[in-house]
Design a protein around this ligand. Structure first.
Ligand SMILES: [Fe+2]
Length: 470
């Protein structure tokens, strides 16, 4: 991250002057909160600030009871999707203590933040996002609310809100406010998910012209290039700017996943395999993050759909069994189940499935409702495909395919389900499934411009079935 990140960190008075008052009286905690927020928004460590982990530690030491910094940390924990107070008792206790403290000492904005974080962490995602929007109405320059809402909409599959949340505030920011340039990168991603590719690319490039290290803007542009099937440009762009976005370690595995897709498109499977070994899985081993797990699984699954044997690679993915009962977002579970099965962890996969069913039937959380509508069927469809039961996979996935976006993630990420369903319908013995392949291909080509992967899917259909006009 550029050295500006450590410039003019806001103390208590500076936060107040910005109409973002904190209740803590520790200027050090106030400055370190700013330092942490800036690094999280940039997805990277700032050397001048000692990095995210060190900043967080020092911030807590400076004022262990500070309300907003604690809400920030507990919000980050929940938005990382690898922890839930349902399972993690310490997390639950910390949230309860924050609630009590905020009621006594928090100012109005901190109370709203606390409520939002508690709602999110307990699985009430929509209500949490509404609270963050409520804060932004009165405090459009509240970067914490903006960042959390942005991440929340991603996990909720709500593209319009993702775009509009940033769009509604960007003109109210002064260009010299800390982290202003990142708003263009965030807006770019929201626009991209709304399929407004020209505007999305414009904002991504604007963000990068203001700060070439903005790895979220790089990510937004990678999405545009992916959806417009500009894979050669994608390879070049990611290659030429790798030293700029690579330090953004939180998102780097995902950016390497995007980089890999550009090679898969033109049937270069060796480069993605190298990126899997050297970057994606290596980083997953270090982070143990569910978000990184999704990228690793998604890449291997896609390579398998291209006919590449990656049997050994599955076993190299680290043990993720600590997350069998999390169910924070079913987007994770629909990748997790196939991973466990491919790794030969049948017992763990069965545990995950039984736990997911119980959660779906017994919980009031937003994710449980999404599981009822689409998540559980998608899980069963993915597992049926994994077990080569193609007819069952098609039966499970066909009726829900238009609603899969509700599990969260991006259009590019969810293409794995579209491709899986197309393969299932090609390989199914049911002629009705076979007859739907052309429709499914057209649906895919409508969302993502026709490229070589699409051509290969059509060609696989022709090889397996009677010649057609496709
Ligand atoms: Fe992405």
């Amino acid at each position: 991250m550029a050295s500006w990140c450590a410039d003019s960190l806001r103390d208590c008075q500076a936060w107040k002057d910005a109409a973002l008052e904190l209740s803590t009286t520790s200027n050090e905690a106030a400055r370190l909160f700013d330092a942490l927020l800036r690094q999280i928004v940039s997805w990277s460590d700032c050397d001048a600030l000692g990095g995210i982990d060190s900043t967080l530690k020092k911030m807590v030491e400076a004022d262990p009871d500070a309300i907003l910094p604690r809400a920030f940390v507990l919000g980050l924990t929940g938005l990382g999707t690898g922890h839930t107070p349902r399972v993690d008792k310490e997390f639950k206790q910390n949230l309860e203590k924050l609630k009590l403290d905020a009621e006594i000492r928090g100012n109005d904005r901190e109370k709203l933040h606390t409520e939002a974080v508690i709602l999110w962490d307990n699985g009430y995602h929509k209500s949490a996002a509404e609270k963050w929007e409520q804060i932004l109405k009165d405090h459009p320059n509240d970067l914490m609310a903006l960042k959390f809402a942005h991440d929340a909409y991603f996990f909720m599959g709500d593209a319009q809100s993702k775009r509009d949340s940033v769009k509604n505030v960007i003109d109210k920011w002064k260009p010299d406010e800390p982290c202003y340039s990142y708003l263009h990168g965030m807006l770019a991603f929201g626009l991209e998910e709304c399929e407004e590719y020209r505007e999305a690319e414009k904002h991504a490039l604007q963000a990068l012209s203001l700060n070439r290290f903005d790895c979220w803007a790089t990510h937004a542009r990678a999405h545009v290039l992916e959806m417009e099937a500009r894979w050669k440009e994608g390879q070049l762009f990611m290659q030429q700017t790798e030293s700029d976005w690579k330090p953004g370690w939180i998102i780097a595995p995902h950016n390497y996943w995007h980089f890999s897709l550009f090679f898969i498109e033109e049937k270069d499977f060796e480069t993605p395999l190298t990126l899997f070994d050297n970057e994606i899985n290596r980083r997953l081993k270090k982070s143990g993050s569910m978000l990184d797990m999704v990228d690793a699984v998604s890449l291997l699954w896609r390579l398998e759909m291209e006919g590449i044997n990656v049997e050994e690679k599955w076993r190299e993915i680290p043990d993720m069994s600590a997350h069998l009962d999390d169910h924070t977002i079913v987007f994770n579970d629909v990748h997790f189940g196939p991973l466990l099965s491919r790794r030969g962890e049948a017992e763990n996969e069965n545990h995950l499935y039984e736990s997911l069913k119980k959660y779906t039937n017994c919980s009031n959380e937003d994710n449980a409702k999404i599981c009822q509508l689409v998540g559980l069927s998608l899980y069963e469809g993915m597992m049926a495909f994994e077990r080569e039961k193609y007819e069952l996979a098609a039966e499970k996935m066909l009726p829900i395919r238009q609603h899969i976006y509700r599990i969260g993630g991006s259009n590019a990420q969810r293409d794995i389900f579209t491709q899986t369903l197309i393969h299932a319908c090609i390989l199914s013995k049911n002629r009705e499934h076979n007859a739907l392949v052309e429709t499914l291909l057209n649906e895919r080509n409508k969302l993502k411009k026709k490229g070589p992967v699409s051509e290969r899917l059509a060609s696989k259909f022709r090889e397996n079935h009677a010649p057609s006009h496709m």
